[in-house]
Design a protein around this ligand. Structure first.
Ligand code: COI
Length: 356
């Protein structure tokens, strides 16, 4: 399959028998192997596959201090009985490349990323859960590896891909989650790094998210950083609204992450001739649409989150409450279409699947 010869050091005894595939959580168990590619002397060295395990690191390694790092989140699915599918590999690689450029990380050659990943997933194929709606989450990460306390773009980097068999991301499963705005905090500003996948965006969300969770919410619904009124995203997913018969989502404005699942939903909605409106929407407009009965559904999209219905949004003293019991019909339609394409149950018209 691979044109590259990837040096592979296989694990002596697989840990797979210790995994309870019936009760998978998100991102807490890891498969047997990891891919490693090291950047030194101005080039990305040959990829290798190693047993999953600790990586050597000094406390002065730059990324621990200044966060020069990028990650991705992708998934592999069972595709029929004996095949596996890496979903939207190239789209994830495009975003990875863009994120790396933004934080001065030299971009990994295409074939190292693609063939390294495909070789790893081929080796780990038994780790791809058999049950529908479960998957093997794939986490590429690259970070600055110079030992220096000087703030500068580094000359050494380390890239890894690890794999984790996963179930649902939210504790609610696919039942509606609860969001709250937190206008006193912001996730990202235009011109910053909110539109690329860098760890700092997620670190910055932890304090407000923890506060929201202490108040009984699942996540924060982020508003824009300037006027604190335009809805942006959820941090772990993009956000969609069904208003009348239109599908509305905030446009990619420079502070919103261009989600791969977001783009899949938009392509599917456009293909079936749905009214799609990528436009700015304020939280006050949503409240008033809800009061008039025009806001039918709210849902989020993300690789980890897939399609997750939102049952309520709290904004100050006001509350928008939609389907609190189950996924609405529009969210359900996208959830079914996307998961059926991922598992090879309906044709992959858009060439989203890399089948091994
Ligand atoms: C993903 O959806 O893949 C992400 O990286 C989001 C993360 C919060 C799990």
């Amino acid at each position: 399959m691979s044109q590259l010869t990837i040096d592979t050091q296989k694990i002596a005894t697989s840990r797979i028998s210790t995994i309870d595939f019936e009760n998978l959580t998100f991102g807490e168990q890891f498969s047997d192997h990891q891919l490693e590619i090291i950047y030194s002397d101005g080039v990305w060295q040959d990829p290798r596959i190693l047993p999953y395990g600790p990586i050597p690191m000094y406390p002065a390694v730059s990324t621990l201090h200044y966060g020069q790092a990028v990650f991705e989140g992708m998934k592999a699915f069972r595709y029929g009985d004996d095949k596996v599918n890496i979903f939207r590999m190239d789209k994830h690689f495009d975003r990875f490349r863009r994120s790396c450029k933004r934080v001065c990380i030299p971009v990994i050659p295409d074939e190292y990323f693609r063939e390294g990943l495909m070789t790893l997933i081929d080796l780990e194929r038994k780790w791809v859960p058999k049950a529908k709606y479960k998957s093997l989450y794939i986490r590429p990460i690259v970070f600055a590896a110079d030992q220096t306390l000087g703030l500068r773009a580094c000359m050494n980097y380390r890239f890894y891909i690890m794999c984790s068999p996963v179930g649902n991301y939210y504790a609610e499963g696919i039942n509606p989650i609860r969001l709250t705005t937190m206008p006193q905090f912001v996730r990202a500003v235009k011109g910053g790094v909110g539109d690329v996948k860098v760890p700092g965006n997620y670190a910055a969300s932890l304090y407000p998210t923890t506060k929201a969770q202490q108040q009984g919410f699942t996540q924060v619904l982020w508003l824009d950083a300037k006027e604190h009124k335009y809805v942006e995203e959820v941090g772990s997913m993009n956000i969609f609204f069904v208003i009348g018969d239109s599908l509305v989502t905030p446009p990619l404005n420079g502070s919103i992450l261009p989600g791969v699942t977001r783009s899949s939903v938009l392509e599917l909605a456009n293909a079936e001739g749905m009214n799609v409106d990528e436009r700015q929407v304020t939280i006050d407009e949503l409240i008033s649409l809800h009061e008039k009965g025009e806001l039918k559904e709210i849902f989020g999209s993300g690789t980890a989150a897939v399609i997750s219905p939102v049952g309520m949004i709290k904004h100050g003293e006001r509350t928008i409450s939609v389907s609190s019991e189950e996924m609405g019909p529009v969210a359900r339609k996208f959830y079914d279409q996307i998961t059926r394409i991922q598992h090879g149950e309906i044709p992959d018209r858009y060439s989203w699947c890399t089948v091994l």
